[in-house]
Design a protein around this ligand. Structure first.
Ligand code: PBG
Length: 336
């Protein structure tokens, strides 16, 4: 044996497809993916979002079709965002049972509610004319405790419409406790709370603003987390767990894999992550230029979330990834 022959050869476990499959730590399945979807009030046709090629602002009818496809593909759920026709200072459309988001929830619950989890974003920014996630005080700041009152009403409206899961994304202090209390007070003890626990004030939400026709005055730095901070995420986790969160989210995804890994390691309940609009736009832009291979880039990004400890991923690629899975022979329906 030559002297430079290594004793240890990690390459042995990479030597064939069979060997790699056997030793894979994480895999992807369609139930891991949650599809975020936008529905626009008064729309008769779906309309593509310019900065998110392939992603639509749906009409109610095209939303139902997308949800049917999602159910057929075995996705984990659909996360709904409403785009109301009229916005006002307190986001009235969010609590109105005839508001677009609540109408969409009940429509989907009726059409696909037995085979697909219907989830709803619980936040005011889509509904307010100033674009903030809460109601404002006299000085223009976001009033935490008054916002909680509106969130309680919003949670009830969503639960009455039939949401299986509500997902508070406004980063108000005490929002999970307030929503749990409101839901339980009307007997909605089975409606789960998917808490956006660690949500950062991120540039990567850029295209989402177009998706929900929102123009924000100012920024969200007084309620969303500072991108420089990781430790704070653990505090938010502790609080959300104590307040009764059923599932936890870290958002955005790829730029915050370290936070995801830490939160996932510390959490006794499932942790998901959100591959946000800007992450989607970056991958798409590179793919459209031929600079990245879409299939490989998408699957690698999704695997990274699983490797970091995510139980599920909100991704605009959900149907795309699930279709890739469905095209594989049954005994190979996993990815790496
Ligand atoms: C707030 C909310 C936002 C996103 C999801 N929920 C916007 C924000 O907080 O500024 C962003 C999602 C994305 O960028 O894909 N309702």
């Amino acid at each position: 044996m030559s002297t430079n022959a290594p004793l240890h050869r990690p390459r042995r476990l990479r030597s064939s497809d069979m060997m790699r499959r056997l030793n894979r730590e994480v895999t992807l399945r369609s139930a891991d993916f949650i599809l975020p979807a936008f529905v626009r009030e008064g729309a008769s046709e779906p309309r593509e979002i310019t900065s998110m090629p392939g992603v639509m602002q749906h009409s109610l009818d095209s939303l139902v079709e997308a949800a049917r496809e999602a159910a057929e593909l075995g996705l984990g759920g659909i996360m709904l965002f409403g785009v109301p026709e009229k916005k006002d200072a307190v986001g009235s459309g969010a609590t109105d049972p005839n508001g677009i988001l609540n109408v969409a929830i009940s429509r989907l619950r009726e059409e696909v509610g037995d085979s697909l989890l219907v989830m709803a974003d619980l936040c005011l920014d889509e509904f307010t004319d100033h674009g903030h996630c809460g109601v404002l005080d006299e000085r223009g700041g976001v009033d935490n405790d008054r916002t909680l009152e509106v969130y309680r009403e919003m949670a009830l409206a969503q639960a009455r419409a039939g949401a299986h899961v509500v997902a508070p994304s406004g980063m108000m202090d005490g929002q999970i406790a307030a929503i749990r209390d409101a839901l339980d007070s009307e007997g909605f003890t089975d409606v789960a709370i998917y808490a956006y626990t660690a949500k950062y004030a991120s540039a990567f939400y850029g295209p989402f603003r177009e998706a929900v026709d929102s123009s924000l005055s100012g920024d969200r730095k007084t309620y969303q987390q500072d991108p420089a901070n990781g430790r704070e995420a653990l505090r938010e986790l502790e609080l959300d767990l104590a307040e009764g969160a059923d599932m936890i989210m870290v958002k955005p995804g790829l730029p915050y894999l370290d936070v995801l890994a830490e939160v996932a390691a510390a959490s006794p309940v499932p942790v998901g992550t959100y591959q946000v609009s800007g992450e989607y736009a970056m991958i798409e832009a590179a793919c459209q230029n031929g600079w990245l291979d879409r299939e490989r880039a998408v699957l690698e990004s999704l695997l990274a979330f699983k490797r970091a400890g995510a139980a599920h991923v909100l991704t605009y690629y959900a149907p795309y990834a699930a279709k890739l899975l469905a095209d594989l022979p049954p005994h190979l329906r996993e990815f790496a």
